[in-house]
Write a protein that binds this ligand. Sequence first.
Ligand code: MSP
Length: 647
Amino acid sequence: MKYYITVPIYYVNAAPHIGHFYTTMVADALKRFKTMQGYEVMLATGSDEHGTNVERAAKAQGKAPEEYTTLIAKEFEDTWQKTGLAVDRFIRTSDPRHHETVRWLFERCKERGYVYKGSYTGQFCASCNLFVTDAKPGDNCPDCGRPTETITEENYFFKLSAFQDKLLELYEQQPDFMGPEIRRNEVIAFVKQGLNDLSITRTNITWGIPVPGEEKHVFYVWFDALITYMTAVKDLDLWPADLHLIGKEISRFHAIYWPAFLMAADLPLPKRVYAHGWLLFENDKMSKSRGNIVRATPIQEVIGVDALRYFLLREVPFGSDGSFSYDALVGRYNADLANGLGNLVSRTLSMIQQYRGGVIPAPEPGVGDEVAAKAAEVIATYKEGFEKFEFSKALEAVWSLIGAVDKFIVTQAPWTLVKKPDQQRTLDGTLYTAAEVVRLVTALVYPVMPESAAKIWNQLGMTDKLSAVREDSLAWGKLATGHTIGQTSAVFPRYDAKIVIPKMLDLEVAEKARQAALMGKKEEPAADAAPSNISPIADPIDIEAFGKVDLRVGKVLKADKVKGADKLLHLSVDIGEPEPRSIVAGIALAYQPDQLIGRKVVIVANLLPRKLRGLTSQGMIVAASLEGGSPVLASFLEDVPVGARLK
Ligand code: MSP
């Protein structure tokens, strides 16, 4: 029995944070659960490396895209390894084997008549790598809020419009194809509105997979990215995937475009797509620009990665948005892990040590029957919870068993039984019951907390590997008697929030700086950070004085380096006059000449001309001047005509 799970291949324009960790960790937990059920499970992810954004990010750091993406892809791979996530395949979209799959799928769609050549003009969001349907010039992208650009290009189109009925039929016949319900409904509503054909190639970028026989075209990143799910298992005959686990914002790509591509190519469809909600940090969406990103490894170093896994699966109902905070994390850890599970393990093992010399005693008929019945019920609820991706409910059930056995222990009072010679069998039965709950709970929490569960397993003296435990052991009474427990120590020590939170925050700051350095960026300050150390504001002037300055929009026609002056560029700028202006600007360290051609800039048009290095400069270009840093040219989000005056 095989089971193939995928999580998104993450963009390399950001380093991994707990949002990425969340999806990958849930897939890891599911993998462990499915393995327990006897499946051979494959988990694939990777890195989404192509597109304008990445090309720009690499260029901004003076790196070739290949070099830049290799660095960040490694950062993702390292994070999964460090945090113990059992990823089997990591596919980079830049991998030539993947290029081959993409071309193969494209040809299949084309052969079957679902691909044609056309021309497209639209508003393109470089950040989302998407043409924004129905947007007008000047509109911002509805997904990320950033400005769109007007782009016309010759494209290959995919006949998405041909799949409206087939997709609706799919959602109808396979109601759990897309989940949860709320996302399914959104997807159905979107398809019912009617589907436009989708442009699947681009000509305005070079960093992508070349289209066969078309030198100028590369594939649209989403066409390229989704196909990694097939590339990952090309050699294994594992397609179709059993589950694509994703964040809710990419439902449309996975539940509409992807099955349509596959239908067109006459290939089997994934069995399920399931979307979870957003992890918010202190009720705000985590994002690079807000500077409120939390990373997993600092938490791992201070209180262990299992604490974070448990928190995320227990606290956030899977499918809904959920909030992360360090306070809530430590609070839950102390309540459920240190006090709840940790306490049960240590009191059970220490009683067995003290009263029975560390040997697991035999069960006693009639003792603990109600706990055994509860355990059977909990195991069923737990399994159902995992099947339905209701991890929080599954864990809640497990903790209700911990509560039940805690109560049982108090009622039985082994510390009293031990003193009564005629109650020794009852004491045996009581200790066996407690130990059997520890065994079962440990096996049940293993998918969620693999490291801690393995420790408890050893302490209980179990000799088989926890990862090798299968479903048939999840039944009452399978704990063998007569074996000796192992060395005990606290698996979940209590933590003082006042001590551990500052430690995590310190490591978080260090980790953030390390990642920023890796990406060659200055650390981005939080959006709400107060501006500091700005240069003093100049003396006041009246409006007439300002009116004397004539600022104009210009377009750079030519840009050349100036011999012998490595800071200067000689520009030819059209401001709508009969002749372009000659302008010498000190921006050569920040901009390459060819980056500037066609760019709209702002110039001071009525400055007296002056000579620089023998060249006449008929104006000054306006740029933000960063202290110790390079100039950043003023520019417009909207399209503005050449010659427009700034007032
Ligand atoms: N590259 C595309 C996916 C292509 S899949 C063929 C992409 N990449 S991404 O880097 O932006 O990752 C998005 C995914 O990361 C989300 O779908 C989700 O799985 C995860 N998350 C990133 N931030 C998140 C939160 N703050 N909260 C929860 N998950 C989030 O989209």
